[in-house]
Ligand binder design. Structure first.
Ligand SMILES: [Zn+2]
Ligand SMILES: [Zn+2]
Length: 266
């Protein structure tokens, strides 16, 4: 069995997919996906996101504000309150994105620091989004003791040096469908070096559909394509990769409800 460690189920375009959420999740379960972590990107939409996933026991939630949605200062007390909900197993996605947003560096940094403080206070791991901000990301993680709560650098596309620094702080690295892209040669080299006990896989759906689904709306079922590709890259059997990334997921997100124990048997 495998896990989609990062998806945005409340943002799927069901008209485009031509099926509704129960069918989307079932299609993924049919591809051996046993759990989904649905990631929050704004506090305003968080209550609705919870409502959307509520009926599905194999879906966990995170709570946080995406760095590209961070136009105002973070409402830290609101985050602290919302993130205490029992379905919330992680804080984020937070982090720094200097690729798209050139003029919000300071507000992103303050928000990121605020998320780390809340994660430490609630003892829930962080989901970190980082793009073109290697040094500042690591510096803020260190300054705010992110090693205490731990977490993951999700949809990782940076270099080995950054991955190593995060791993040395006890963090995990999550790989999305980007790794399957033809031009992702540098990232593929990084993935070959990542220790298996630090690795997670994700879709980040509805964005970034992996090969051979490029151009389509991404969905959690496609995490299996990521798993096959990463296994191949690392010279592992699919089953080994599936088992390791699933165990890693529950190790990190220890509050996630593991209803399906069958991954123990493979
Ligand atoms: Zn992200
Ligand atoms: Zn995301």
């Amino acid at each position: 069995m495998i896990v989609d460690s990062h998806c945005h189920l409340d943002r799927l375009d069901f008209d485009k997919l031509d099926i509704q959420l129960p069918e989307v999740l079932q299609a993924a379960r049919d591809k051996q996906v046993e759990h989904f972590l649905c990631v929050s990107v704004t506090l305003d939409q968080f209550p609705n996101m919870l409502k959307v996933i509520e009926p599905f026991k194999d879906v966990s939630a995170s709570c946080g504000v995406h760095p590209l949605n961070q136009s105002d200062a973070l409402n830290k007390s609101e985050l602290l309150e919302l993130a205490q909900h029992p379905r919330v197993v992680a804080i984020g996605e937070t982090g720094l994105d200097y690729y798209y947003a050139k003029d919000t560096h300071q507000v992103q940094q303050e928000s990121f620091a605020g998320h780390i403080d809340v994660a430490n206070e609630l003892k829930k791991p962080l989901i970190i989004h980082t793009r073109d901000a290697r040094k500042d990301t690591i510096d803020i993680m260190k300054a705010h003791n992110a090693q205490d709560c731990g977490g993951v650098l999700h949809c990782f596309t940076e270099d080995w040096d950054m991955a190593k620094k995060a791993i040395d702080m006890g963090f995990y690295i999550s790989i999305s469908g980007i790794v399957t892209f033809k031009n992702a040669v540098d990232l593929q080299e990084v993935v070959k070096k990542l220790p298996l006990d630090r690795l997670l896989i994700e879709t980040d759906s509805p964005y970034l559909a992996p090969v051979p689904h490029r151009g389509k709306t991404n969905q959690p079922a496609y995490v299996q394509d990521v798993a096959y590709f990463v296994a191949d890259l690392k010279g592992l059997q699919y089953k080994e990769l599936a088992h390791a990334t699933t165990e890693n997921f529950y190790q990190l997100f220890s509050l996630a409800n593991r209803s399906n124990q069958s991954s123990e048997s493979i």
